[in-house]
Design a protein around this ligand. Structure first.
Ligand code: SF4
Length: 255
């Protein structure tokens, strides 16, 4: 059974509620070197141990989301997974979220923009995604998540190095100047590794995957991908934009 779906962050239980080690004392160079040789599940377990209930996990419930959601359900079933519903998601993505939440027993929290989709379009125009996708992502994707980010010390997401050129140097642990430490347990997994994991655990596919939607965000900004293209080539196709801003708005800490 899936847990209840909620619309806002869970009440703050204090910075030390279930944390067992001090994230402020992490030696990132040493931990990253050690975690590079660890399995994705071991990296996730380390993050749960380090950050406790101050660990945020966000998922788009897109084509490649099943693997980390499955791992999360095994390593951190007591912690929620947060999905941003921009108002522009495919119906298939909502159905996929409902299915995986039930199959894996996930507690899903939904982050939504304060302005409704219709009001947003009324104010900014129906072509806003082609004119100013950064504004649209900032208002509908990044801003809704900020209350969760503000209460978190660690932030897990499913970035992988082989997804695109912009992600090829993703660190497993990435401290930021102005927010939680980012955690990327799947950083070293390849598309083949993902396929192997999906087959081994019989993880259901996103309904649009068979139509060559290999990376799935909002419907105005997502297209199928041709053979030989990057997994993320169908996102904001024809525009300079490659990331929604969720994974780039926090400034990485230098050194
Ligand atoms: S992905 Fe497209 S529709 Fe979704 S928030 Fe960004 S610009 Fe808007």
């Amino acid at each position: 059974m899936s847990g209840p779906e909620t619309q806002g962050p869970a009440p703050d239980r204090g910075h030390t509620a279930s944390r067992r080690s001090d994230p402020g004392r992490l030696d990132f160079e040493r931990e990253n070197a050690r975690l590079e040789a660890a399995t994705p599940e071991e990296r996730l377990a380390f993050a749960v141990e380090t950050f406790g209930d101050k660990l945020l996990f966000t998922s788009s419930f897109g084509a490649g989301s099943g693997v980390l959601l499955h791992m999360w359900s095994r390593v951190a079933p007591h912690l929620p997974v947060v999905m941003v519903d921009t108002g522009f998601l495919f119906d298939e993505t909502i159905a996929y979220k409902d299915m995986l939440a039930k199959d894996f027993g996930l507690k899903v929290e939904i982050a939504r923009p304060t302005q409704s989709r219709d009001d947003f379009i009324w104010e900014h125009g129906a072509d806003i995604q082609s004119r100013d996708p950064d504004l649209c992502c900032a208002k509908n994707k990044v801003d809704p998540l900020k209350p969760w980010i503000a209460r978190s010390l660690g932030w897990v997401s499913g970035l992988r190095r082989d997804q695109s050129r912009t992600r090829e140097h993703v660190a497993i642990l990435l401290p930021t100047e102005d927010g939680p430490i980012k955690v990327h347990p799947l950083a070293t997994m390849t598309a083949d590794d993902v396929r192997t994991y999906v087959e081994k655990h019989a993880i259901p596919e996103h309904p649009l995957k068979s139509k060559r939607y290999l990376s799935i965000g909002c419907w105005p900004c997502t297209q199928p991908v041709a053979d030989g293209e990057d997994e993320r080539a169908g996102r904001w196709a024809g525009q300079a934009k490659t990331e929604c801003g969720l994974h780039t708005f926090l400034k990485p800490k230098e050194g």
